[in-house]
Design a protein around this ligand. Structure first.
Ligand code: CAA
Length: 380
């Protein structure tokens, strides 16, 4: 059952996240993008507001809210700055969720609590130079030696890789057996043998930090393993299924921002003696954007609701991400088109939407991977 009305609590979350975005994100958003500045202060405030562990139970330091509240907050934050919503999304729906579902009591106490309080920041490291979509094709290897694992290898495209305190890292503990050899670990960033690479120079979400991580005889105790040896791939996939709902919500936020900016501009900009909004060509674009933003949001809310109800949501989460990310790209491109020459100038902030939108079709599984997940589910 899908309820279209929000509870008082969900409306409050929407209000708080909207106010936070206007007050703390909007003022520096263009500068953070231009200079690739990580939103340290903003993330700290988000921690104080309870936004860094929204779905984590109170006893583990979180806000104990449902997934719908989480996607509502992500939408509001992404509508102003996609980059900050990415930092939030990785911490919430990948790192905290993984500890909630698979962490031991000791791991929850030591890692989940500070992550959920916003005192520490987490990263999620799955990809390697040769393995992106083909996620289990990893070379990074953890060799068991007594009570320790010795890790060697390179991970890449690690979001929050620089500013995080801990990293959830997936690597092989058995070679040549494919996904059955993948194991999940929690790595503290100051562990000897772990070196953080340079900050990548990116097309969009430039305020996030993305980097490589190099493991050279990095020694970690057994108690840093999450789940059993060989369970890592399924853990990674299960958690990504939830993470993709968050990415879809980000895409909805960005699409909405593109629509709002387009409507405002269409009402003000005059050409040929009338506002451009009076031209059918512009109205058609606005109408299509509005329909797609609402359709994308409904897909996101459905996936969130299914997750909250404890039902299967794998297909629905991929459907939401596939559709919402494509909507974000289309809305952002149309927004720039409607703004014409102004849209192409950095100062107006809408070209950033177009650059930022692209990543939603790539990370946490490309659009092609979402199609694969949906297709396989339909045919099973
Ligand atoms: N939940 C639980 N188990 C799952 C699962 C899921 N969602 N998906 C697959 N599995 C299981 C399968 O059932 C299978 O187990 P059995 O043999 O016991 O049945 C096993 O895992 C292997 O599954 P597949 O044969 O389907 O594996 P595959 O190699 O064909 O890969 C894939 C499937 C969907 C393509 C997967 O590799 C994938 O999702 N790739 C994309 C990776 C990705 O999203 N990367 C994002 C990086 S993280 C990131 O971007 C974070 C960030 O920084 C913002």
């Amino acid at each position: 059952m899908i309820e279209f009305s929000l509870t008082n609590e969900q409306e409050l979350i929407q209000k708080i996240s909207r106010e936070f975005s206007q007050e703390h994100l909007l003022p520096g958003v263009i500068e953070r993008d231009e200079k690739a500045i990580f939103p340290i202060e903003q993330v700290k405030i988000m921690g104080e507001l309870g936004f860094m562990g929204m779905m984590v139970p109170e006893k583990w330091g979180g806000s104990q809210l449902d997934t719908l509240s989480y996607v509502i907050a992500i939408e509001e934050i992404a509508a102003v700055e996609l980059a900050t919503s990415t930092v939030m999304s990785v911490n919430n729906s990948l790192v905290c969720q993984l500890f909630m579902d698979y962490g031991t009591k000791e791991q929850k106490e030591k890692y989940l609590k500070p992550l959920a309080y916003g005192k520490k920041l987490g990263a999620y490291s799955l990809s390697e130079p040769q393995s992106g979509s083909d996620a289990s094709n990893m070379k990074t290897y953890a060799k068991k030696e007594g009570n320790y694992y010795i890790i060697n290898g390179t991970k890449n495209w690690v979001t929050n890789g620089i500013n995080s305190d801990i990293v959830i890292m997936f690597c092989m503990t058995k070679k040549d057996i494919g996904y059955k050899g993948v194991t999940a670990f929690v790595i503290e960033k100051d562990t000897p043998g772990l070196t953080v690479g340079r900050k990548e120079d990116k097309l969009g979400i430039r305020a996030t930090d993305t980097c490589e991580l190099y493991f050279e005889n990095c020694k970690i105790p057994h108690k840093n393993r999450i789940g059993e040896e060989g369970q890592g791939f399924k853990i990674a996939m299960k958690v990504l299924g939830g993470g993709r709902i968050g990415i879809a919500a980000q895409a909805v936020g960005l699409s909405r921002a593109a629509l709002d900016a387009s409507v405002s501009f269409a009402k003000e900009r005059k050409q040929f003696g009338q506002t451009i909004g009076e031209f059918g060509a512009i109205q058609n674009k606005l109408a299509n954007m509005a329909v797609e933003v609402d359709a994308a949001r409904l897909l996101v809310w459905r996936a969130a609701k299914l997750k909250d109800q404890g039902k299967d949501y794998l297909r629905e989460s991929s459907m939401a991400k596939l559709y919402a990310s494509s909507t974000a790209m289309k809305c952002a491109t149309d927004c720039v088109q409607i703004h014409g020459g102004y849209g192409y100038m950095r100062e107006y902030g809408v070209e950033r939407l177009m650059r930022d939108a692209k990543i939603t079709q790539i990370y946490e599984g490309t659009s092609e991977i979402q199609q694969l997940v949906i297709g396989r589910d339909l045919l099973k």
